[in-house]
Design a protein around this ligand. Structure first.
Ligand SMILES: *Cc1c(COP(=O)(O)O)cnc(C)c1O
Length: 380
């Protein structure tokens, strides 16, 4: 056996081998991040088609070359307006945004404070930055304060206008579903002259009166918000919202923005339509939260207490063992319900879980079906 086969065999032995599952529309999906059901909205489809008719299937080049059609500017204006910021800059994906922006905000000699459960794209952004990354316990602001108090001197962060470092956290943690204590975090950042980088991948479209996310509209200067367009917005792409000068800085410095072909017009067109719907149809958010409550009622009462049920549309049912988790997920799938099992390295060793997400489009009957299948597995 060659190297690849050896590695694959080792993964299989640990119950960690992953393969792609084809998902067609007939399965009842409880693991999509399409929280508002926009990915199948006819208005997004029409906007995507119109963008293709007008601008073609591919953008043809990076934004700084010739890949900047008028839809890009329009989308960024709409996003800045949604966030209440001076400006927004779109990226090709959340992954691109995080690995591009973080290394421009902190570099060699700087300090980053990173929540231990941060998403892989945030971790990779930290690695690429070459800054010293200090990991703090999940949501543990006492420990974070301790670390901030004893932070090393950071000459280049001082040059960047920050004495205290860069704190990085998810707004809604993608694999637990719990929400970061943003106000306390910002107070701490203020006290120690630090900046906060907030990944709102699962918060935009879901939180806020207009779907602006967890951060307040007009976020303070020391808060940089990143959001994605492939989850609640039903399209593809991501953005960073902030000041006009932050935008200009990122255009000039963020390598994952500069050195890649820009988003295809269809995605930009669909995103633009999505922003309008996210703002204009708050009833979708209302329905989403109603469904969250319905699921919380039975998942919250289960013997396997979910890690943090009900503060977001993401529920995490702890199983522990990786192999067992995948077996349960497969049995549910065979019965027509898709609830993905999550294993290391996505989550820490021994914390494998079923990750369940709720959408505004789930009907009471579908939620009842989920309930009975979970009960059938002895999970609730
Ligand atoms: C999904 C996700 C990303 C990546 O966004 P994509 O647009 O899918 O690349 C980044 N951060 C978090 C927390 C996510 O959940």
């Amino acid at each position: 056996m060659g190297f690849f086969d050896d590695e694959i065999a080792a993964l299989k032995k640990q119950g960690l081998f992953r393969s792609l599952r084809v998902v067609d529309a007939s399965v009842l999906n409880f693991c999509s991040n399409d929280y508002l059901g926009l990915s199948n909205d006819p208005r997004l489809k029409d906007a995507a088609k119109a963008a293709v008719d007008r601008y073609g299937t591919g953008s043809g080049a990076a934004r700084l070359i010739s890949g900047n059609n008028p839809l890009c500017d329009e989308l960024e204006k709409a996003l800045a307006d949604l966030k209440g910021t001076e400006a927004a800059l779109s990226f090709n994906s959340g992954y691109h945004a995080n690995i591009g922006a973080i290394p421009t905000l902190a570099g060699e000699g700087d300090v980053i404070f990173s929540d231990e459960l941060n998403h892989a794209s945030l971790i990779d952004g930290c690695r690429l930055s070459k800054a010293k990354t200090v990991v703090y316990r999940h949501h543990d602001l006492n420990q974070l304060e301790d670390l901030l108090r004893h932070r090393p001197q950071t000459p280049s962060l001082l040059r960047r206008g920050l004495g205290g470092g860069l704190i990085i956290t998810e707004a809604v943690f993608s694999m637990e579903g719990d929400v970061c204590p943003l106000n306390d975090l910002l107070a701490l950042a203020n006290k120690y002259d630090a900046r906060v980088y907030l990944d709102e991948a699962h918060a935009v479209g879901v939180f806020g009166k207009d779907g602006e996310g967890l951060a307040p509209k007009n976020p303070p200067d020391n808060l940089i918000c990143m959001g994605t367009l492939g989850k609640a917005f039903g399209s593809y792409g991501a953005f960073i919202a902030g000041s006009r000068s932050l935008k200009d800085y990122l255009i000039n410095k963020a390598r994952s923005f500069i050195f890649t072909t820009s988003l295809p017009p269809a995605a930009v067109g669909a995103s633009l339509a999505a922003v309008g719907i996210v703002r204009g149809e708050p009833e979708r958010r209302k329905q989403l939260w109603k469904n969250v409550e319905m699921v919380r009622d039975f998942v919250g009462a289960c013997g396997h207490t979910p890690l943090h049920g009900g503060s977001s549309p993401i529920f995490s049912l702890p199983i522990g063992d990786a192999r067992k988790t995948m077996e349960i997920s497969q049995r549910l799938f065979d019965q027509g319900i898709f609830v993905q099992g999550i294993r290391p390295p996505t989550v820490p060793e021994g914390t494998s879980r079923l990750r369940l997400t709720v959408s505004a489009t789930h009907t009471p009957e579908q939620v009842a079906e989920l309930k009975s299948r979970l009960a059938g597995e002895g999970l609730i």
